[in-house]
Write a protein that binds this ligand. Sequence first.
Ligand SMILES: Cc1cc2nc3c(=O)[nH]c(=O)nc-3n(C[C@H](O)[C@H](O)[C@H](O)COP(=O)(O)O)c2cc1C
Length: 397
Amino acid sequence: MNYTNDPVCIKDLEQIAKGAMPSGAWGYYDSGANDEQTKYDNMSAFDSYRLHPRMLRDVSTMSTETTVLGKKVRTPLGVAPCAMHKLAHSDGEAATSRAAAKNGSIMILSTYSTTSMEKVIAQGDGSTQYWMQLYVYQDRKVSEELVRRAEKAGFSALVLTVDAPMLGRRLVDARNKFNPPTHLRLENFMDPKVVNDANGYVPDLAWSASETFGATFGANGDQSLSWENGISWLKSITSLPIIVKGIMTAEDTQLAIAHGCAGVIVSNHGGRQLDGALATIDALPQVVEAAGDKIEVYMDGGVRRGSDIFKALALGARAIFVARPVLWGLAYKGEKGAYLALDLLQKELELAMMLSGTRDIAEIDESYVYQPANRWVRYAPGARHAAANQKKLLAKL
Ligand SMILES: Cc1cc2nc3c(=O)[nH]c(=O)nc-3n(C[C@H](O)[C@H](O)[C@H](O)COP(=O)(O)O)c2cc1C
């Protein structure tokens, strides 16, 4: 492929980033766990849902505006939390933050960002929603300190990632013996109250040249975390809404409701944790059904086209987050590239909406997706709906 022209879709950005990044950093961004079944399934599963467009609907005016946690947003497309944006570009998360603000997208900031949460949120325009992603550490004081800083800085929700009691085994990183470059810092751990070594590291949480990132991650995370000692504890120390990231089943959705969460993100960590787990678009309908109108449902994983966002909206997601596409954009051109990634997806979403005869997000429901009957239909209400419609139509012939 010739990239002397500007990239015109997310796949172009992926190829450019692959060529531009050092192999270790590229491997870290790209890799999934083990055989990467789930990483690839996340993307290919979208192909088994086809669109069911309506015509002659006057689509001369349309909008992607919606509400998330009761607040207006320009678009349901947001940025998923990703560690270490400075592996892609020296402007790191500050550039991503400006790109998200320009697109009107919610940004979820990773605990393991290479720019401090205060700097990241300061790039916003006052109307952008920033959510802070957390892990819970054996030393709860470290987690509590992060919560206090996020509250003070103006983050409007906490996203607790629950699918990573240990890091999944990413063979590419193991083969590359990947360790992030030592000039990068996990800046959220630079607070004077918790920093206790001369370089500005919290030694137990940061990496060192002799250890892999995964090993330090596992050594500090709280593997005894449960709904009670995790969610209930977090609720007891903050009044910010709590969103649980990594939910894949109806059962856990019901538990999230019972424990007072504000939302769940259907996510398998981009296939980086449990390889073999269901694709997120296939898990979404059962979560949506269990959630009813009690809790908001968001999703991430494998979204590479605006039509993927459309399909997830049709199956009941309120917001859709992307990770790797934004990192690829950053690697291509910093803030401009990250914005390009979001803008490409945004424009594709708008086009998919128009060509499907929908003018606003509320109109997009399961009647717009179709899963052909010979494919796996267990969790596809859209398929049932479409099949019933088809029967009615055939009966009229
Ligand atoms: C390089 C990389 C780093 C990530 N770091 C985090 C993280 O720190 N916290 C987290 O909750 N999820 C993390 N994720 C998972 C993403 O938030 C998201 O669930 C997933 O990547 C979405 O899939 P996509 O990359 O196909 O869009 C990371 C993903 C990638 C690719």
